[in-house]
Structures are given as structure tokens and as C-alpha cells.
Design a protein around this ligand. Structure first.
Ligand SMILES: *[C@@H]1O[C@H](CO)[C@@H](O)[C@H](O)[C@H]1NC(C)=O
Ligand SMILES: *[C@@H]1O[C@H](CO)[C@@H](O)[C@H](O)[C@H]1NC(C)=O
Ligand SMILES: *[C@@H]1O[C@H](CO)[C@@H](O)[C@H](O)[C@H]1NC(C)=O
Ligand SMILES: *[C@@H]1O[C@H](CO)[C@@H](O)[C@H](O)[C@H]1NC(C)=O
Ligand SMILES: *[C@@H]1O[C@H](CO)[C@@H](O)[C@H](O)[C@H]1NC(C)=O
Ligand SMILES: *[C@@H]1O[C@H](CO)[C@@H](O)[C@H](O)[C@H]1NC(C)=O
Ligand SMILES: *[C@@H]1O[C@H](CO)[C@@H](O)[C@H](O)[C@H]1NC(C)=O
Ligand SMILES: *[C@@H]1O[C@H](CO)[C@@H](O)[C@H](O)[C@H]1NC(C)=O
Length: 367
């Protein structure tokens, strides 16, 4: 009796083993689909373009869907995500074109590696048409941004910041023209050499859903055009370290989602629109070193979520004492007015969460 039971048990075990190995190995619709052979070989070519031996799990003959940084679609086995951010990879031959054979990629990150100031390949990016997110932040690429990126019309997030890149031909306007799904655009330190004057029109025309934009150190000039007011989903605007002139647009006060506004180190002039201070969720405001800009501080009596307020090098008017008592969230405050405010204050003593304070020539006494 017990021997028939154990025989039955053994048969069941064998059956279970048969099914588990066969659904895995045949690449069918089991729970584990294996990586496609051509994807595997593209990834290995990519690996061999790096000098330093990294990515130890990337071995010929193993399932690439289990390699570090690689993610596959469960049903099709196609590689859809490749996250090689901050893995200390080095290449002096540049980005291997093998990567462009991974045409099902939706998310690609190579940020924080060292591509030795090589150019981005002139052709190939246009093949990655499924891309939703492309992150090449701080990866030591240099030169012109290739036209292929202009074809990635599904992109929601593009980060090319902190390389040695520029946009001349194709221009900034051409590259963003069809990227109408972008929510996040980070191009800090990209030289925008071709649309210096009408960059704000180009953005308003092309990327209406933009939420976060960071264009610091881009060599932008001219005033911000009124059409920029169409970008009403903006949550974060960083335009610091450019040569933008004219007034700070009053329509910023209508961007109700705005949290971060960084306009420091430009040539803004005239009066800063005080109603911007009333934005419910404004937490970062950097107006530093716009020497022609005048800021009239409101009384913050109804409270404020400001955490970071940098007014160094702007002309500040209005009583400083009372406003700041209401800035309970403040962590950084920068003041060094050209025109010292009329009434000095000691109320800063009550800013309990403050952990950064820069005061010089502001007429404010340190507690
Ligand atoms: C596996 O599933 C996908 C969709 O989930 C289907 O398109 C494909 O035909 C299936 N393949 C097999 C071999 O059953
Ligand atoms: C891309 O794939 C094609 C065939 O699918 C192949 O001929 C070509 O060599 C591959 N290119 C690279 C750079 O791996
Ligand atoms: C891929 O990118 C999109 C757009 O930025 C993002 O929403 C999504 O979470 C990313 N997916 C993965 C797996 O990182
Ligand atoms: C943008 O799309 C239009 C219309 O489909 C097309 O004519 C144009 O060539 C595209 N521009 C780029 C840079 O891909
Ligand atoms: C921006 O200026 C360039 C030339 O200076 C012009 O070709 C282009 O059409 C302008 N773009 C917009 C959106 O006005
Ligand atoms: C956009 O910027 C805001 C403010 O800095 C930040 O909190 C948010 O995470 C960013 N959104 C995305 C999708 O990264
Ligand atoms: C402000 O932020 C809070 C919390 O994140 C959110 O619930 C609210 O909708 C935001 N208000 C606006 C106008 O975006
Ligand atoms: C600081 O707060 C205390 C009580 O919270 C209050 O009595 C005092 O007047 C405040 N000081 C200033 C300068 O606002």
C-alpha cells in the first residue's frame, strides 16, 4: 500500500519536473520566458565595448532577462528596460551601435558612466521608437545632439544634462518639435546655440504637457515669450545661469502646480510679480543675482510652504520682520540686498527649521 503511494508520489514529482523544465526551456507561454538570442548578442556586444570588466552576470548562454540592469517583457521575452546608471562603465570608443538593435526598449539609462567625451552616434536613436524614457545624465558625451532623438515621439522623459553636448544643427526647435508627449526635459549645461532667442516659443509650440523643465547653463537669452503661458502643467522650472532678460512673467502665478522656480543668475529686471508668492505649493524660489530685479515681499500671514528662498543680489523692499515669522517650513534663506530694507529684524530667531542662512548687508541682525 505504502509502496504504491510512494510510486504515485514519484510520478507526480516527475510530471511536475517535466512541466517546469519544458515551460522554461521552450520559450513558450510559461511564467518564465527566455531572452531572445539576438537581444542577448546585442547586449554582449554592448558589454564588450566597455573597457573595464563589469557586468559579471552578463554571460553567454545564460538568460539575459536575468542579467543585472536588464528587464524583459514577460510575454514576448523582448528586452524593454536597460538601466546601466552609475555602474562605473568606461568606453573610449563611444556608445556601441549594437544598442540600437534593442528596438523594443522603453526605458534606457546610461547615466553616470564615462563615455570618454565621445559623440553620440549620428544614426540609430531613431530605431528606439518605443522609448518612454532616455537618461544620459552626466555620462561624458560630447558634441552635437543627433537628429535621431527628434524622432522619439513617445518620449515622456529626456535627460541629457551635464555632458558636453550642444544643439546647433539640428536646432533645439527641430529636436523638440515632435516630442509632444514629453513631461520631463532636463538639458542643463547643453549649449542651446541655435534657438537662443526663441527657445520659449519653441517649447510652448511643441511640448504642451511639460511638467518639469531644467535648462540651467544653456546659454539662453532674450525675454520669456508670452506663449510660454500655455505650459500650465509646469511643476518645476529651472532657468538659472542663463542670460534671460526682461520681466519675470506674471503668468507664472497661474501655474497652479508650480513647486520649484529657479531664475537665479540671469538678467531679469523690473518688479517680481508678488502674486507668485501666493502659489499654494511653491517651495523653492531662487531669484538670486538678478541685479535689476526688485522684489516686494508680501506679508506671509496666511502661511507659506516655502522651504528655500534665495533673494541674494536682488533689490528687496518691504518689511522683513513680519513675513518670515510665517515661513515655518523655511530651510534656506538667502538675503544680501543691494538696498537694505528699512526695518532690521530679529524675528529670524523664530525660524526653527532653518538650516541654511546667508545674510550680508541685508540689515538683518543675526539672533
Ligand atoms: C504567448 O502569449 C502571447 C500573448 O500573451 C501570444 O501573443 C503568443 O501567441 C503566445 N505564444 C504561444 C506560443 O502560445
Ligand atoms: C543588428 O541586427 C541585424 C540583424 O537583425 C544585424 O545584421 C546587425 O549586425 C545588428 N547590428 C549590430 C550593431 O549588432
Ligand atoms: C519608464 O519610463 C516611464 C516614463 O518616464 C516611467 O513612467 C516608468 O516608470 C519607467 N519604467 C521603468 C520600469 O523604469
Ligand atoms: C515631425 O513630424 C512631421 C510630421 O509628421 C514631419 O514632417 C517632420 O519631419 C518631423 N520632424 C522630425 C525632426 O522628425
Ligand atoms: C526661431 O528663430 C529661427 C531663426 O532665428 C527661425 O527659423 C524659427 O522659425 C524661429 N522659431 C519660432 C518658433 O519662432
Ligand atoms: C518634478 O519636479 C518636482 C519638483 O522638483 C519633483 O518633486 C518631482 O518629483 C518631479 N517629477 C518627476 C516626474 O520627476
Ligand atoms: C499642492 O500639493 C498637495 C500635496 O501634494 C496636493 O494635494 C495639491 O493638489 C497641490 N495643489 C495644487 C494646486 O497643485
Ligand atoms: C517668537 O515666537 C514667540 C512665541 O512663539 C513669540 O512670543 C515672539 O514674539 C516671537 N518673536 C518674534 C521676534 O517674532
Amino acid at each position: 500500500m505504502s509502496s504504491t503511494r510512494s510510486l504515485l508520489h514519484l510520478i507526480l514529482l516527475l510530471l511536475a519536473y517535466y512541466y517546469s523544465t519544458h515551460t522554461t526551456a521552450n520559450g513558450g507561454n510559461g511564467t518564465t520566458t527566455q531572452c531572445l538570442p539576438d537581444h542577448s548578442s546585442s547586449l554582449l556586444q554592448l558589454k564588450h565595448s566597455f573597457h573595464n570588466p563589469k557586468l559579471p552576470s552578463w554571460q553567454h548562454g545564460t538568460d539575459c532577462c536575468h542579467w543585472e540592469g536588464v528587464g524583459c517583457d514577460r510575454a514576448s521575452g523582448q528586452v524593454i528596460t536597460l538601466d546601466l546608471g552609475d555602474r562605473n562603465l568606461r568606453s573610449t570608443s563611444g556608445l556601441s551601435p549594437a544598442i540600437f538593435n534593442l528596438t523594443s526598449l522603453t526605458n534606457l539609462s546610461l547615466s553616470g558612466n564615462d563615455f570618454g567625451l565621445t559623440s553620440l552616434p549620428g544614426f540609430g536613436f531613431e530605431r528606439l521608437i518605443e522609448l518612454l524614457s532616455l537618461d544620459l545624465y552626466n555620462a561624458c558625451f560630447a558634441g552635437q545632439i543627433p537628429i535621431g532623438i527628434a524622432h522619439l515621439k513617445n518620449l515622456r522623459s529626456l535627460d541629457l544634462s551635464y555632458n558636453n553636448l550642444y544643439l546647433q544643427d539640428p536646432s533645439f526647435q527641430t529636436v523638440i518639435a515632435n516630442l509632444s508627449n514629453l513631461r520631463e526635459l532636463y538639458l542643463d549645461r547643453v549649449g542651446i546655440l541655435s534657438s537662443k532667442a526663441n527657445w520659449s516659443v519653441a517649447l510652448a509650440d511643441s511640448v504642451p504637457l511639460l511638467q518639469n523643465i531644467s535648462l540651467s547653463e544653456c546659454e539662453l537669452s532674450s525675454p520669456i515669450h508670452h506663449s510660454f503661458s500655455r505650459l500650465r502643467f509646469l511643476t518645476m522650472i529651472n532657468l538659472a545661469y542663463n542670460e534671460i532678460s526682461g520681466q519675470v512673467p506674471g503668468f507664472f502665478a497661474e501655474f497652479s502646480f508650480l513647486r520649484d522656480l529657479a531664475l537665479g543668475e540671469n538678467y531679469f529686471e523690473g518688479q517680481f510679480p508678488t502674486k507668485i508668492f501666493q502659489l499654494e505649493n511653491l517651495s523653492v524660489l531662487d531669484l538670486s543675482n538678478n541685479f535689476g530685479l526688485t522684489v516686494h515681499l508680501p506679508d506671509f500671514s496666511s502661511g507659506s510652504n516655502l522651504e528655500y528662498l534665495d533673494l541674494r543680489g536682488s533689490n528687496i523692499f518691504g518689511a522683513i520682520p513680519d513675513p518670515f515669522v510665517h515661513l515655518k517650513s523655511l530651510k534656506f534663506l538667502g538675503l544680501s540686498s543691494i538696498e537694505p530694507p528699512e526695518q532690521p529684524t530679529t524675528s529670524i530667531a523664530n525660524l526653527t527649521s532653518l538650516n541654511g542662512l546667508w545674510l550680508s548687508g541685508s540689515g538683518v541682525e543675526k539672533p
